[in-house]
Design a protein around this ligand. Structure first.
Ligand code: AG3
Length: 287
């Protein structure tokens, strides 16, 4: 993956897949190198502002609702009564905002290692951070793996792993060892969800391995939900849910239908359809 700003275009190249995604940019708004990563923000012609970490598109104003709604509402409507939610990563606060829409949630602890991401989000993506002052939100800037290690057994209802790609700093978040630790801190009936890359590019690798690792970690059900994400590799993305004494193929359908808050992509019927795996994924995952 590389970044190549040519003639007013930002491009993320997916070399191994022989493909790329480009956005026409007006100007670079921000450029900072933190101890953890290189963060850039661009103003684009047609996608609003764009946040890039280490050359990889993280989000744009125009299409982040797809990812953020799918990283939060399926897991929250799967859990019977989510009260304490933990987000690992997610420093832009887009997932946090969606989680806080659920009136039953009492506490959301977000642990992102890099405060620069949250600072840039507050400045250039203010709608994503608009709920940060909610008294239920607790933002921590530290190592998520260490935080999980210090967390009490069976104390969390829902865990959301809103990470970068599983290379470099986030690699460990996809492995059995970390998933076991997540399993330990979830209460019975708990749900975890992990962003799980592209169905087109990664079903036979990252997605299959993550699901196997979740099962090895002790989770008794898994489900991968695909959704469109036009500015990520292949334009198509996924999240994978895992349940601890909870079937993640079922959800509170009536509650989802009657959701009292505004949604742009997620709905009860969308959730049901996202649980249906396309035949090529079924073949690769269930063999
Ligand atoms: N986290 C998932 C980013 C993965 C994108 N990969 C890429 N562009 N190669 C996004 C964080 C949004 N809260």
């Amino acid at each position: 993956m590389a970044e190549q700003p040519i003639d007013g275009w930002f491009t993320e190249i997916f070399d191994r897949q022989g493909s790329a995604i480009s956005l026409k940019v007006k100007e670079k708004l921000h450029d900072v190198t933190s101890p953890y990563q290189h963060l850039e923000v661009y103003a684009t012609e047609t996608y609003g502002n764009l946040m890039v970490l280490d050359g990889c598109v993280m989000l744009t104003d125009r299409d982040n609702f797809l990812y953020h709604e799918m990283m939060s509402h399926p897991a929250l409507f799967t859990h019977a009564d989510p009260k304490h939610v933990v987000i690992i990563g997610g420093g832009d606060c887009g997932t946090l905002r969606e989680v806080l829409k659920h009136p039953g949630v009492e506490r959301v602890t977000q642990i992102d290692i890099d405060e620069e991401v949250t600072k840039a989000a507050a400045r250039f993506f203010p709608t994503l951070t608009e709920s940060n002052n909610d008294p239920r939100a607790d933002l921590k800037f530290e190592d998520g793996v260490k935080w999980v290690d210090n967390c009490a057994d069976e104390s969390i209802d829902v865990m959301i792993i809103d990470s970068t790609d599983p290379v470099g700093p986030a690699e460990g978040l996809f492995k059995t060892d970390f998933l076991k630790r997540c399993h330990r801190i979830l209460k019975k009936g708990g749900v975890m969800v992990q962003q799980s890359e592209s169905p087109l590019y990664h079903t036979d690798s990252i997605i299959r391995e993550l699901r196997e690792d979740m099962e090895k970690a002790g989770f008794d059900s898994v489900a991968t939900l695909p959704f469109p994400q036009p500015t990520y590799p292949s334009g198509w993305w996924s999240c994978t849910l895992a349940g601890k004494a909870c079937d993640v193929k079922q959800f509170r359908e009536q509650d989802a239908e009657q959701a009292s808050f505004a949604l742009e992509y997620y709905s009860a019927t969308l959730h049901k359809s996202a649980l249906v795996l396309p035949p090529f994924m079924k073949r690769l995952l269930e063999r």
